[in-house]
Design a protein around this ligand. Structure first.
Ligand SMILES: Cc1cc2nc3c(=O)[nH]c(=O)nc-3n(C[C@H](O)[C@H](O)[C@H](O)COP(=O)(O)O)c2cc1C
Length: 329
């Protein structure tokens, strides 16, 4: 009998496969197409203190090797989430992880305090890494600012486990991981989407409708029609194209920060197959997220769990935990 159960920040997941933030709505939507009992955990879409309408269309487009999104953290806000969405998801037979986003320390603390009151949310994940809002990276790109944020959020969470989701759009992700663990992170999720852009060459416009991180279009020969136009819409790349980037980041963070501190990693980015998931586990991830894959086929996580079970057996192990970080050098 192969044991696929893993522990993340003190919480037992029945297997290592986690449905990623923002890719299964407010959670219960996914239950229409995939039995939640097949998953280790499901992360909610990021919830902010106030409702957010997000960016104008197009918010989601396909590109070679994955997709680009500029959703802009659209969500119903904390109050409606607690009154309507969480009760609808509460009966699901899996671990629920509440994702939190915000523009200020106060925003995060408010949502964190509310989530701490909810028994159905034993873990929260702080999204400090969304690249598609103008302000979404304020905490995620500077170690001192991140430590300051976590220093306030950690006490607000009481006994709730605090996962911190890191952005790949930084010079040194190991420094960010180090700051997060130093400030009390009980686990790390990496990576969020990679900042990216796609252009409609006939229209000479971004293919995305909105989204922050582009640079305002410069006036100049052939580009002078909108000299003071808005920042060029950019978004976040997800899917197979980012998988090898994520594997290296998980590996580097595991070796330098997570393993020495005994902090679990949820490896995330482009997992479509059990082999992708196994790579993350060998690189040092305790659990593995799947996001874009759910848009391709929401049942892919089941195939990943099945493939992992057979792989663990072939490796001569009794549990998946024995293979975490067991990359040969
Ligand atoms: C449509 C869409 C919406 C997302 N929304 C969120 C979100 O609300 N919060 C968050 O932390 N990450 C969000 N993400 C990022 C994913 O959770 C994940 O980090 C990223 O897509 C990489 O994993 P993947 O390649 O398996 O999709 C979103 C991704 C997509 C594609």
């Amino acid at each position: 009998m192969i044991d696929l159960a893993v522990r993340v920040a003190g919480v037992q997941l029945r297997n290592p496969v986690v449905a990623a933030a923002g890719t299964c709505g407010y959670v219960d939507e996914l239950a229409d197409v995939l039995d939640p009992a097949r998953l280790g955990a499901i992360v909610t879409k990021s919830i902010t203190r106030a409702p957010r309408t997000g960016h104008p269309p197009w918010r989601l487009i396909t590109v070679e090797g994955g997709m680009l999104n500029a959703v802009g953290l659209a969500n119903v806000g904390l109050e409606k989430f607690l009154v309507e969405m969480l009760p609808a998801a509460a009966g699901l037979d899996t671990v629920l992880i509440g994702s939190i986003a915000g523009n200020s320390i106060d925003d995060y603390v408010t949502v964190a305090s509310a989530f701490d009151q909810e028994d159905r949310l034993p873990l929260v994940e702080l999204n400090v890494s969304c690249p598609n809002t103008d302000d979404g990276l304020v905490f995620g790109e500077n170690p001192a600012r991140l430590a300051e944020l976590l220093g306030e959020v950690r006490p607000a969470l009481g006994g709730t486990g605090m996962l911190v989701k890191l952005s790949p759009n930084v010079g040194d992700i190991v420094a960010m991981a180090d700051a997060a663990v130093g400030a009390g992170a009980d686990g790390l999720t990496l990576i969020n989407t990679v900042a990216a852009m796609a252009i409609d060459v006939e229209q000479r416009r971004s293919r995305l409708g909105g989204g922050g991180r582009g640079v305002p279009a410069a006036p100049g020969p052939g580009h002078g029609q909108k000299p003071s136009g808005p920042a060029t819409a950019a978004g976040g790349l997800s899917g197979p194209a980012i998988h090898p980037i994520a594997v290296k980041m998980v590996h580097d963070v595991s070796v330098s920060v997570a393993k020495p501190a005994d902090v679990p990693i949820i490896g995330l980015g482009g997992v479509m197959t059990w082999q992708d998931a196994a790579e993350f586990i060998l690189a040092g991830a305790t659990a593995v997220g799947m996001g874009t894959a759910l848009f391709v086929d929401p049942r892919l996580p089941e195939a990943v769990v099945k493939g992992l079970r057979a792989w663990v057996k072939r490796q001569g192990c009794a549990s998946v935990g024995e293979l975490v970080g067991k990359l040969e050098h």
